[in-house]
Design a protein. Structure first.
Lengths: 296, 250, 398
């Protein structure tokens, strides 16, 4: 048997190509961190000077060249709450159905999952069109917080379903069987045992879905968002301002760029702060949950 | 002529002291079997010979291991060169998701051999050496996953032998296989001993007695006894060994 | 009692299980009805007609020809299959040039007859006038008004939804814009995405990974308007300077912003796929003397190819559907782009920019819904691809 003669120096060559490849990967990865910090840093640097108590608590004035963004903040919070009211109950129930009731191998689960995945891939502007056609026109809600919340709720539904399903999937079957063996009904088992165990992870997912809703613009363009609506909304049939739409309007169709750019930076900063808070909250919750699992 | 020399080897996984002061010599072109109950450290010890444990975070080694007189843990050791020289066959067959041919050619290619003719010849020789050639010669381009478990394991042996290592480590190579495949693997081990030094970890004492020249018995991270296989199985000097091979525990 | 409660709950849960399917059906239903309505609309603006002299044999003009005639790109009837006769156009705005105020009368009550006789006396004239204004007169005939045809829409290269007398709804420039921007976005994002995924799953220590992962998640969480704003303030002027462009808003600006936005999707999915590659394969490769890089390139990446592919396809889906950021930085010119450095316009951006101004129920409004249908089906198809890839992968692994 002719033993292979390995080329001399190849080991050096292959180690060098590894150093080269890994070095490149490292540089590219560092660059992405830099990009993130560039975006964050830039907006924080430019926006921090604008951000003060008046900016957060005053309505825009002088043709949106002065004043604050309070109505937009309130509007975004209202939309987050409204979409949560739509998506959370339905999404969680749907996730429970998928994991606890439907047969795991049957066509229903596969079909629903396919549809849910497809819905999560539908572009947000299509949700906007749909919301306009169904809620604004067909059901006659008009441009309103109600129509906007419903549209955003449908948009975040797939995310809520998926987190619920994944949270429940990780709960071992033995725990369910243990409860059923004690004479509890399936509903009692879900309500008293399964849901409480899955809750921390479900909540993490819900918080992240709120984050997504807070930044969406396209779905509310034609269902809810108002260009300028300085008073606070009084009913769900009112329009409202929203942070992302406000940022869009101010940065693209501004009338006085000099005066409006600081407002744009401030608005972007507030949006980013919301996203940061939500991400940090979700991260802390996840860590806390993991630690609790470990102790057990 | 000693192929592998271990000198006072201590190994830790974090705080866990997995191997306790092991010293042993493995002679060239012999088959040495490591036996012992699960968790006794025999696999850990085996994986030190090609530095496979380097991958585990928090692992630490004291002592020396020499192959052909070279300290393989000395600074500046080229781990890939070491592993080229010290082949390994794992507990479960782990062919790559590639064709049969590409699996065997892999070791040659990653070590810089480009000559297609040579690779083809070498693949054939290695498959013949692993008694697999006649079964696969018409489907070298088929996926390795199309083979049965036993065939896959022989393919992994062929793959390891293709780069012509001087040591072959086998970590319970037959534990996932049926008796007929196991017999084929054992036959193969007996044929390969003229070319390489083989260290085999096994749970199966009959297997150890059938294939090995020397046997080491491990217990709780210590090497209790190391001697000719015949002596270990007929007249062990330690009571623990006696108890283990007669099946009183383990 | 307990049993009834249990049953009710079961029903409610089952019903909510099917909510997403219902929503998909509703989306298809609503978008389709509105979008398909476009093909029932007439080419010429509602309530208006194109009147020509009865001696002019031309009776049919398609939308593109009408636009060419009124843009004065087409100046002779023989180009439309008629006699060799120069074309004169007449719009209501031109009235003052032909008639005095006394002739027209204080309420323009004479306009109809005046225009009729004008057209009757000029053989090459075509007049764009409200139907109600023109009395029945044998001396002039109307150009036949056809429905907007699918070829005009799907093969049309001009998007002028507000042009009069005949708006053009050719979607090709928008489709081309969408595909160009997404293609370049993926071209930029792919090397970064795969590199970062490899780095995270194969090279980085647990600590570095623990730092990178939240960074990627945060990048995913930043709203698209913020990316658009950043692009507008930083990337657009930068491109303008670097390439010496007349305007910085361009396809490339959109691609860069989209690349950053598609990155987290690609990285997360590819990283998951590579981490799921069995350790036994890695060990097998390392044990043959392969370096870690050889192991990654020859074993880990090929065996997690389908997962990586899903990530890339999902990233493409995200890029194609993204609206706000693209709207803000691409310059929104509805022409088939010749270079990525020119302004262009994507389908989602078109919907977002124009729906607010399109009168509900009109052809323009419906055409935007049709764009929505197209967008929906592109992403639907992409999702089915991902589903197919990952189901094949599951079959292979089991």
């Amino acid at each position: 048997m002719a033993a292979p003669v390995f080329p001399k120096g190849y080991n050096i060559k292959k180690r060098r190509s590894q150093a080269l490849a890994f070095g490149m990967f490292r540089i590219l990865s560092i660059s992405i961190v830099l990009i993130l910090f560039a975006i964050l840093g830039f907006i924080i640097y430019k926006g921090a000077g604008v951000l003060d108590w008046d900016f957060l608590t005053e309505a825009p004035s002088d043709g949106m060249t002065a004043g604050g963004i309070m109505p937009a903040i309130v509007g975004t919070l209202l939309l987050m709450a409204g979409s949560a009211a739509v998506a959370f109950p339905v999404g969680i129930m749907s996730g429970i159905y998928m994991n606890e009731y439907a047969s795991k191998t049957g066509w229903t689960v596969r079909f629903i999952r396919l549809m849910t995945n497809n819905l999560s891939g539908v572009p947000s502007i299509v949700f906007g069109l749909f919301g306009m056609a169904l809620f604004v026109k067909y059901l006659g809600f008009g441009d309103s917080i109600l129509a906007g919340s419903l549209t955003l709720g449908l948009l975040s539904l797939p995310l809520v379903i998926r987190t619920t399903e994944e949270a429940l999937k990780d709960i071992p079957d033995g725990i369910r069987e243990g409860s059923l063996a004690l004479g509890a009904t399936r509903l009692q088992t879900i309500w008293k045992v399964v849901l409480p165990m899955g809750m921390p992870r479900i909540i993490t997912g819900l918080i992240l879905s709120l984050g997504r809703v807070s930044g969406e613009t396209a779905p509310i363009l034609f269902t809810c968002a108002a260009y300028f609506f300085p008073q606070l909304p009084t009913s769900v049939f009112d329009q409202c301002m929203a942070l992302p739409y406000h940022l869009y309007v101010i940065s693209t169709s501004g009338t006085d760029i000099e005066a409006q750019q600081p407002i744009a930076y401030g608005t972007a900063l507030v949006l980013i702060i919301i996203v940061l808070i939500i991400n940090i909250l979700a991260g802390m919750l996840r860590k806390w949950f993991e630690r609790r699992l470990k102790i057990k | 002529m000693e192929k592998i020399e271990a000198r006072d080897v201590n190994f830790y996984y974090g705080d866990f002291h997995a191997l306790k002061g092991i010293t042993m010599d493995i002679p060239q072109n012999k088959v040495v079997a490591f036996i012992g109950p699960s968790g006794c450290g025999k696999s850990t010890f085996l994986r030190l010979f090609n530095r496979m444990n380097d991958l585990i975070p928090g692992a630490r080694l004291d002592g020396k291991i020499l192959i052909d007189g070279q300290d393989i843990y000395a600074p500046g050791t080229q781990v890939d060169e070491l592993r080229k020289n010290v082949g390994m066959v794992f507990q479960r067959p782990n062919p790559f998701p590639k064709s049969i041919f590409e699996n065997v050619a892999y070791g040659l290619k990653v070590n810089g051999i480009r000559d297609k003719k040579f690779i083809a010849r070498r693949v054939e020789e290695s498959l013949r050496g692993a008694a697999l050639w006649n079964e696969v010669k018409d489907k070298l381009d088929a996926s390795a996953y199309a083979l049965s478990g036993g065939q896959q394991q022989r393919l992994c042996i062929a793959r390891a032998m293709a780069v012509s290592p001087s040591v072959l480590l086998m970590d319970e190579p037959a534990s996932a296989l049926d008796p007929i495949s196991t017999a084929k693997i054992e036959e193969l081990i007996c044929e390969l001993r003229s070319q390489v030094t083989i260290v085999i970890v096994t749970h199966n004492m009959q297997q150890a007695s059938r294939v090995s020249d020397m046997t080491a018995f491990f217990y709780m991270g210590e090497m209790v006894e190391y001697d000719d296989t015949r002596v270990i199985f007929t007249n062990p000097s330690k009571e623990a060994t006696q108890n283990y091979i007669t099946g009183r525990f383990g | 009692m307990k049993k009834i409660a249990d049953k009710t709950v079961r029903w409610v849960l089952t019903a909510s299980g099917f909510v997403t399917s219902v929503v998909i059906l509703l989306i298809i239903g609503f978008l389709f009805t509105e979008g398909a309505g476009l093909f029932g609309e007439k080419v010429i603006e509602e309530g208006y007609v194109l009147a020509v002299n009865k001696d002019n044999p031309v009776r049919v003009l398609d939308a593109a020809q009408i636009k060419a005639v009124f843009d004065e790109d087409m100046t002779n009837w023989k180009e439309a299959g008629g006699p060799d006769l120069p074309i004169e156009t007449f719009r209501l705005e031109d009235m003052d040039e032909y008639f005095t105020e006394e002739q027209l009368g204080p309420q323009y009550e004479n306009a109809g007859t005046l225009i009729t006789s004008l057209v009757a006396s000029s053989p090459g004239m075509v007049a764009f006038v409200p139907e109600s204004m023109i009395p029945d007169d044998a001396r002039l005939v109307f150009i036949e008004d056809c429905n907007i045809s699918p070829e005009e829409v799907f093969a049309g290269t001009e998007w002028y939804p507000t042009a009069t007398p005949a708006p053009l709804f050719g979607i090709l420039p928008l489709l081309a814009g969408t595909l160009w921007v997404s293609f370049f976005a993926i071209l930029i994002a792919l090397p970064f995405g795969i590199s970062i995924a490899v780095y995270m799953s194969e090279v980085a220590s647990e600590r570095v990974r623990g730092f990178l992962k939240p960074v990627i998640e945060l990048l995913n969480g930043i709203p698209s308007v913020v990316y658009g704003f950043f692009g507008l303030i930083i990337i657009v002027p930068l491109l303008q300077q670097v390439f010496g462009l007349p305007v910085g808003e361009s396809g490339l600006a959109g691609s860069i912003v989209l690349a950053i936005m598609a990155l987290p999707t690609i990285v997360t999915v590819a990283d998951d796929a590579m981490r799921n590659c069995p350790g036994a394969l890695r060990e097998g490769s390392l044990a043959l003397g392969a370096t870690r890089w050889q192991t990654v390139a020859r074993v880990v990446i090929p065996s997690s190819m389908s997962g990586i592919a899903s990530g890339v396809v999902l990233g493409i889906g995200r890029a194609i559907g993204e609206t706000m950021a693209v709207l803000m930085v691409t310059g929104n010119a509805a022409v088939v782009p010749h270079s990525i450095l020119e302004p262009l316009r994507t389908i989602p951006a078109t919907i977002a920019a124009e729906l607010g101004e399109a009168p509900a129920g009109g052809a323009h409004y419906q055409s935007l819904f049709l764009l929505g249908v197209i967008l929906f089906f592109i992403t639907f198809f992409i999702n089915l691809c991902v589903e197919y890839i990952s189901s094949r992968n599951r079959a292979k692994n089991s």
